[in-house]
Design a protein around this ligand. Structure first.
Ligand code: SAH
Ligand code: SF4
Length: 360
């Protein structure tokens, strides 16, 4: 066991170092947080960038064992926003100086879907004077499709690896051709190769997950050279297959604390990336996202999905803000961000420095 102060002075961290840091008690945990805050201020500054999140459809062909909108959940009322509603949300973001949006949905790979997205990307640029930054999070697609969407105006992509450990990945997904670890990995490499700012992430506190897995996830992000990360606690959903392991889970507050530690450690080992304060943090602690900002996160994704559809995009239970309008959300958010000691980078894309250095 190393002394925590000495450990935090290191430039490089071994798997064993990360495991030790992930297991720290409350006193030492605060030292990790302080170090991460210092690094955040020095390398990415204290501006938080907004990405207005549009959850435009919950139709999904996949059956991930953890997710409330999985194809087999017949209790979910399926919806698809009209193009007009999506573009309305895009304009809302633009007019409120958010500078970027995220389009997220369940996964579909059919031609109509692909074309629709291509069209929405082009239209979103058109209605915002070509200025809006667009992140997409639409699951696994062929390289050609990723390229088509890149050419149509998307420049960041979020695809969580969920777990970088193949065995754990396989335990939380059905064993079939549609849910392959290799496909997920290849997709991430395709995205990076095409030129997207590539984002990934994991859920924290999954059944069967250990601190060793989490240390390996951190090293995976580092070795892959990821540009952005969104990590949140796993929040159980009663209409999913993983729910039957709920008795084996860490209590929610511990999952939450472990997530903060993961964020802080990631900031320490990857100083210049963008790290999102995931919405799932707020499902456990009302001030969850602000707490994440204090320990290294610098991106927030305010939900700008029209309110009437929010209650059907329930990946997990206790999802926050499902009955507030976009406006209510953005006002409460800015005040909370100030409380966390940060300011909002309005009208700025806030691209990942890691990406900018990588592509020079
Ligand atoms: N269909 C796309 C995007 C929507 S899902 C995709 O899967 O990439 C976005 C993320 O929600 C997933 O990557 C997963 O990490 C997260 N998620 C799903 N179910 C969750 C749960 N029960 N608790 C916490 N996060 C969950
Ligand atoms: Fe579909 Fe994404 Fe949920 Fe998996 S995590 S079931 S791909 S929405």
């Amino acid at each position: 066991m190393k002394n925590i102060e000495d450990l935090l002075q290191q430039e490089h961290f071994s798997r064993q170092d990360l495991i030790q840091l992930l297991q720290t008690d409350i006193i030492d945990r605060n030292k990790i947080y302080a170090k991460a805050a210092e690094i955040k201020t020095k390398y990415v500054g204290n501006k938080v960038y907004y990405r207005g999140l549009v959850e435009f459809s919950n139709k999904c062909i996949k059956d991930c064992y953890y997710c409330g909108i999985r194809a087999s959940n017949s209790n979910t009322v399926r919806y698809d926003l009209s193009d007009e509603s999506v573009l309305y949300a895009v304009k809302y973001a633009y007019e409120n100086n958010y500078a970027s949006v995220v389009f997220q949905s369940g996964e579909r790979q059919d031609k109509a879907f692909v074309k629709r997205i291509t069209n929405l990307l082009r239209e979103s640029k058109k209605v915002t004077n070509n200025e809006i930054g667009i992140t997409i999070s639409l699951g696994e697609q062929s390289r050609e499709v990723y390229q088509e969407w890149f050419d149509a105006g998307a420049h960041r992509y979020l695809l969580r690896i969920e777990s970088s450990n193949r065995e754990l990945f396989e335990q939380i997904h059905p064993k079939n051709e549609r849910h392959l670890f290799e496909t997920r990995m290849k997709a991430l490499y395709d995205l990076q190769d095409i030129g997207y700012q590539t984002g990934s992430g994991v859920m924290i506190g999954l059944p069967f997950q250990t601190v060793e897995h989490l240390a390996d996830d951190l090293l995976f992000f580092k070795n892959f050279g990821i540009d952005m990360v969104g990590m949140g606690p796993y929040v159980e959903h009663s209409q999913t297959p993983l729910y039957r392991f709920q008795n084996q889970l860490l209590p929610q507050v511990e999952r939450f604390n472990l997530t903060l530690k993961m964020i802080a450690l990631l900031r320490i080992i990857m100083k210049d990336i963008n790290i999102a304060a995931a919405t799932a943090l707020q499902a456990i602690d009302k001030a969850g996202r602000e707490k994440a900002l204090k320990v290294g996160a610098n991106i927030i994704m305010p939900n700008i999905t029209p309110t009437e559809n929010r209650s059907n995009y329930l990946l997990y239970e206790n999802k926050p803000c499902i009955d507030e309008s976009a406006d209510d959300c953005s006002h409460c958010l800015e005040a909370r961000i100030h409380l966390a000691g940060d300011s909002v980078g309005y009208n700025e894309w806030g691209d990942s420095w890691h990406y900018k250095k990588r592509v020079i």
